[in-house]
Design a protein around this ligand. Structure first.
Ligand SMILES: Nc1ncnc2c1ncn2[C@@H]1O[C@H](COP(=O)(O)OP(=O)(O)OP(=O)(O)O)[C@@H](O)[C@H]1O
Length: 244
């Protein structure tokens, strides 16, 4: 099979209920190996709920999710998936370096390799000078960047990033997206949630989410073309039922 067509993440009719309230209404989706797939949708549409189940930290009420051919949730998949949550999960009383060492050790990194990875990921997020500062002294945007660095530490095959660039300035945002593109070219599959339209345009394919359903899937170009829209925002409104 063509490598580009290999399926990395597969969701089949995924439903998630909280008590009696159904918030995801049967989502089916294939994400191909080494693509950057964006989930685009407004706040509360269900993006976080969906990616948590793909990462294996939550379980679908019904339906099936496979990542790299393994049915989720599965603890051992932690080594192959990098997950960056929307709220920063790190120890604020520790320094950035200590946080990276802690999470790196969880993923089996040691010695020279650990040191090298810390250097690489901190350079990528432009935090090298702040390596030895306690996270409690970091700004919101810096914490976001450190979260991304932690998710990248063990060079996972699959990266799941929930709104990774919130609070990050445009220049650094661009360099982070350039890095996503490079990672993807090296074979990493990236699933990213966003509500920022210009980021959506950088994804290879997009899934538009509204009220717990996937309303459209395609390349940004195809989605715009199909709807006769000049922008992704217009296309989203079209699929969401707001016709010109
Ligand atoms: N643990 C929970 N218990 C009850 N309802 C929940 C829970 N988690 C999420 N929800 C509900 O599920 C819906 C989808 O929320 P979700 O956080 O997945 O949306 P989202 O698209 O990621 O939005 P945002 O970008 O603001 O995080 C919302 O109506 C939310 O209130």
């Amino acid at each position: 099979m063509d490598r580009q067509q290999e399926i990395c993440i597969q969701a089949k009719n995924v439903i998630r209920k909280f008590d009696e309230k159904e918030v995801l209404h049967g989502i089916s989706l294939d994400v191909r190996k080494s693509e950057i797939f964006g989930l685009l949708g407004p706040s509360g549409s269900g993006k976080t709920t969906f990616v948590k189940m793909i990462s294996g930290i939550d379980e679908a009420t019904s339906g099936e999710i496979e990542v790299l051919g393994t049915r989720m949730p599965k603890l051992t998949m932690m080594n192959r998936i990098g997950y960056m949550a929307q709220s920063d999960a790190m120890y604020s009383e520790l320094t950035a370096k200590e946080n990276l060492e802690f999470f790196g050790a969880l993923f089996g990194l040691r010695g020279a390799k650990m040191k090298q990875r810390i250097q690489d990921v901190m350079e990528l997020v432009n935090l090298t000078e702040h390596l030895k500062r306690p996270v409690s002294a970091y700004s919101g945007g810096m914490k976001r960047r450190l979260s991304l660095a932690i998710a990248l530490m063990h060079e996972p095959e699959v990266l799941i990033l929930d709104e990774p660039t919130v609070g990050i300035d445009p220049v650094l945002r661009k360099s982070i997206w350039d890095e996503f593109e490079q990672l993807s070219q090296k074979g990493t599959t990236i699933l990213v949630t966003t509500h920022v339209m210009d980021e959506a345009d950088k994804c290879h394919r997009l899934g538009m989410v509204r009220d717990g359903s996937l309303i459209a899937v395609g390349t940004p170009e195809a989605l715009k073309q199909e709807t006769g829209s000049a922008t992704i925002e217009e296309a989203f409104l079209f699929y969401g039922g707001v016709r010109k």
